[in-house]
Write a protein that binds this ligand. Structure first.
Ligand code: SF4
Length: 174
């Protein structure tokens, strides 16, 4: 097992302590730097930095960044969600390390979803029910992983399914 233990630190964003979302940093007791390009390949990292190595994932409105000695997660509802995500990432790190001989390491981010492909599937009425001024702005939020198809109240039926299908190629569930 590559990653055996860590110490979790939970905080509120210093810029606005009244925010209802938490940040979590898991300080890792082992150096997992070597697994990062394999983890990037197996989970489809949004961004990969070589020096110092770090891989970033964006999913369900959160940004998860894995460094050799740290896992950082933002926009958490509560401590239970932090535990769930950090434990999931620990499993992924260890499983990826076990299977590294079967994985081709990747040193760049995965292909990104295209804003115009997402926009094609939205109602394009600019009704603002999602809280954004236009469907284009909302499409950009989906593309970066900050929002999902379920956040557009006007989207239903076949187009909703098509958007979920399209985005399933770029995201994962923890
Ligand atoms: S709720 Fe849907 S249709 Fe309305 S502006 Fe937002 S993305 Fe467009």
């Amino acid at each position: 097992m590559l990653l055996k233990s860590y110490t979790k630190e939970i905080s509120r964003p210093a810029c606005n302590p009244s925010f209802q979302s938490l940040h979590c940093i898991a300080h890792l007791d082992q150096d997992i730097g070597e697994v990062l390009p394999y983890l990037n390949a197996s989970l489809g990292g949004f961004e990969y930095l070589k020096d110092p190595p770090a891989v970033t994932f964006r999913t369900q409105g959160k940004i998860i960044t894995v460094h050799p000695r740290e896992i950082a997660v933002n926009a958490l509802r509560d401590e239970q969600e932090a535990d769930k995500i950090v434990e999931w990432m620990k499993r992924e790190i260890n499983e990826t390390w076990e299977k590294r001989d079967e994985i081709t390491p990747r040193y760049e981010g995965a292909p990104k979803p295209k804003v115009f492909e997402i926009l094609k599937l939205l109602p394009k009425t600019n009704c603002r029910e999602c809280g954004f001024p236009t469907c284009m702005v909302f499409a950009a939020k989906i593309a970066e992983g900050a929002k999902g198809s379920e956040d557009c109240p006007a989207l239903e039926g076949e187009k909703s399914e098509k958007l979920k299908d399209y985005m399933s190629g770029f995201r994962f569930d923890y």
